[in-house]
Write a protein that binds this ligand. Structure first.
Ligand code: NAP
Length: 309
């Protein structure tokens, strides 16, 4: 019923940065109704309203990609959604949510305790760099649900937005003094590391985020570890602050189950997690997917480009 556009879709189409067989199908984020279940499915049934992460990027099978009418989605990466959440709203979730979950909860990443709808405060603070992005909006909410206070960065115009998601303090990354401001605000607090939702990606205009995260980690009482949404630039490899690329995989099904199977359905139903950022629906029908890709390429701020089917 709805699909969302992610940077990776544009990257694969425009840059073909991994080997692909043509013709190919792209897409990771879908929301719709279950039309058929496999024999190993136990949680979801035909007719359920669901949101899911299409895993074709990992499997290489065309049937597993999102931009088609009947994609196949592993049950571990799909959640039932309540009637109060529209398909267009739900479609913003999958890749942003799961990328955030891998960076926050995988043992070889930040390794935080799993989220719950009644979190126990840890007394610690997490910095999420880029809270108005899709990955960042999910990271803020998941970190809160894991019991952390959250500081974040975004443009000034999005301060209200990230605070609505639960961040206690927001800093403008366009300000030359942003690192000093964050380090001062973190005085007396302890941090389990930093979540960089932006990373270094010159091709899509993201620049300087991870360097600033390294500076904050070096100058504050922070575990010297950064989970970064992009590959680690060479100049930041092997330094005092470890920076690790978040790479969600099809084999992460235990975490998939914990997030899509256990946490998300209940959290959505109880209003403890909101699909964010808001969808910007740019068209309808599969023929509008290209409109979606072109529209994403023009740049977005605290929105997710969505196509209704
Ligand atoms: N590792 C993975 O598997 C994986 C999966 C998904 C995405 N990613 C990567 O994660 C990054 C984010 O993806 P996305 O889909 O979440 O992006 P997005 O929603 O398209 O990002 C747009 C947002 O980025 C913010 N932003 C841009 N530059 C920034 C900076 N230097 N510091 C802080 N915020 C900045 C903007 O904030 P303002 O509008 O407030 O200025 C804007 O709201 C991309 O690099 C993407 O390729 C990786």
């Amino acid at each position: 019923m709805a699909v969302a556009i992610n940077p990776v879709d544009w990257g694969l189409q425009a840059l073909a940065f991994v080997p692909m067989e043509y013709p190919t199908i792209l897409g990771t984020d879908i929301a719709g109704e279950v039309v058929e279940v496999g024999s190993a499915c136990s949680r979801l049934k035909t007719g359920d309203r669901v949101v899911g992460l299409a895993t074709g990027f990992y499997s290489g099978r065309n049937c597993d990609h999102a931009f088609q009418k009947y994609p196949v989605v592993p049950e571990d990466f799909a959640s039932g959604i309540p009637d109060s959440v529209s398909f267009e709203q739900a479609a913003v979730l999958p890749l942003g949510l799961f990328t955030a979950a891998v960076g926050l909860f995988q043992k070889d990443q930040l390794g935080l305790d799993l989220p719950s709808i009644n979190p126990k405060p840890t007394g610690m603070t997490l910095l999420v760099w880029g809270g108005s992005s899709s990955v960042g909006s999910n990271a803020i909410q998941l970190a809160l649900a894991a019991g952390y206070e959250v500081f974040t960065t975004c443009s000034k115009k999005n301060f209200e937005f990230v605070k609505r998601l639960g961040a206690s303090q927001a800093f403008d990354y366009n300000d030359d003094n942003v690192v000093a401001q964050i380090v001062e605000a973190l005085n007396g607090k302890s941090m389990p590391g930093i979540f960089d939702a932006i990373g270094e990606a010159a091709a899509i205009g993201f620049h300087g985020a991870v360097e600033r995260c390294v500076e904050v980690a070096s100058r504050s009482n922070c575990v010297k570890f950064i989970a970064s949404a992009q590959r680690v630039p060479e100049n930041l490899q092997g330094g005092d602050v470890e920076v690790k690329f978040i790479y969600p995989q099809r084999s992460d099904s235990e975490l998939g189950k914990a997030i899509f199977g256990e946490f998300l359905p209940d959290a959505l139903a109880k209003g403890k997690f909101i699909p964010a950022p808001d969808p910007e629906v740019v068209g309808h029908g599969l023929e509008s997917v290209q409109v979606g890709l072109d529209s994403w390429r023009k740049g977005i701020s605290a929105k997710k480009v969505v196509v209704g089917l």
